[in-house]
Design a protein around this ligand. Structure first.
Ligand SMILES: [Zn+2]
Ligand SMILES: [Zn+2]
Length: 357
């Protein structure tokens, strides 16, 4: 499925490329859908077009060159998750172990069709896998729609556990019960967090119930309850050791995170706000409480590895947050369902499965 303009996707037949010594061809089994897909569809990301979207690929290695097979330790027939970012490996960020901040980074789903061999994004039956990719083997016996959750779960591990160093005894407050908020609940449970609180809106009843099922101790309806008072009450007046904002566009959670967090606590900001300024943001609270605030963009290998291990262990009923499977030709419906543009239908985690076409 090729994006040719704003809110325009069309099916196209493209030649399957040859792969050299240091590349592979993936037969796509599933491609996860998230808020970034909607932003790309809406043209907000200003990606060059035409382009094949799809940045959460899971599939089976169909062809692979010797060098790539050696480096990745995978072969034809292996199921793999492909990290969405290509890094240069030589800039200061890459050499410093922060390859997701590479100065020269490219995202598969933003590379235009005109850039050979063209088959970059995962809204496709086949996808070219560049030699600079990072791939992870995944148990082939998991259903594809579950295995593809390596992506949101990886975010949960990196944003809610790795970055704020969440561990036993910590109280964690997660702002936003979308797929990444729910993934954060699972990751924090896995990390041994003591108490997990999740906020959402009135319309999020189903997601908040799922949050409790995944291990949240309390959920808070931010539209009908006083979040500050509830957090105080549920933390014996201390505030949360860790606050993770995974809400999109809402600016209030960022300003109020400084009130929710305990003295010396950590705040991770992972929800983007469309570059809006934050009204009511009082930086003195950061000083007085010695709060650590960290921005989070993307996920790295350690988060993905934790996610894949968790999926393979089958310890959590993660598949309960999977709500929709779509064929490639229904990619627009998938995106519009996620964006709540389809009345009466709510998606939490959804994916495209080329086998349905
Ligand atoms: Zn995504
Ligand atoms: Zn680099």
């Amino acid at each position: 499925m090729v994006q040719t303009g704003v809110r325009t996707l069309e099916p196209r037949d493209l030649p399957i490329p040859e792969v050299g010594d240091d590349a592979a061809l993936l037969r796509v089994e599933a491609c996860g859908i998230c808020g970034s897909d909607y932003e790309q569809y809406e043209g907000l990301l200003r990606t060059p077009m035409p382009v094949i979207p799809g940045h959460e690929p899971l599939g089976v290695i169909e062809k692979i060159g010797d060098a790539a097979a050696r480096r990745w330790g995978v072969d034809v027939g292996d199921r793999v998750a492909v990290e969405t970012m290509l890094s240069c490996r030589f800039c200061a960020a890459c050499l410093g172990g922060r390859y997701h901040l590479c100065a020269d980074r490219r995202i598969y789903s933003y590379i235009p069709l005109s850039d050979a061999p063209g088959l970059w994004g995962a809204y496709a039956q086949y996808m070219f896998v560049h030699g600079n990719s990072v791939v992870h083997k995944v148990d082939a016996s998991l259903p594809a729609s579950t295995a593809v959750m390596f992506n949101p779960l990886g975010a949960g591990f990196r944003w809610a556990v790795e970055m704020p160093r969440t561990g036993p005894g910590d109280t964690v407050l997660i702002l936003g019960p979308g797929q990444r908020g729910l993934a954060s609940v699972i990751a924090c449970r896995e990390a041994g967090a003591d108490r997990i609180l999740v906020t959402g809106l009135e319309a999020d009843t189903r997601k908040l119930a799922l949050a409790r099922e995944f291990g949240a101790d309390h959920t808070i309806d931010a539209e009908n309850e006083d979040v500050k008072a509830r957090v105080r009450e549920l933390t014996d007046g201390r505030g949360a050791d860790v606050v993770v904002d995974v809400s999109s566009y809402a600016t209030t959670p960022v300003a109020e995170a400084l009130d929710y967090v305990a003295v010396g606590g950590r705040v991770v900001l992972a929800g983007v706000k469309g570059f809006k300024a934050i009204p009511g943001f009082v930086s003195d609270k950061i000083v007085m409480k010695e709060i650590q605030i960290q921005g989070a963009i993307g996920v790295t290998s350690t988060g993905y590895r934790s996610a894949i291990r968790l999926l393979e262990a089958r310890r959590h009923p993660v598949e309960k947050m999977h709500t929709h499977d779509f064929g490639l030709r229904d990619a627009e419906t998938a995106i519009r369902t996620l964006a709540r543009e389809i009345p009466g239908d709510e998606s939490i985690h959804s994916c495209l499965l080329p086998e349905l076409d």
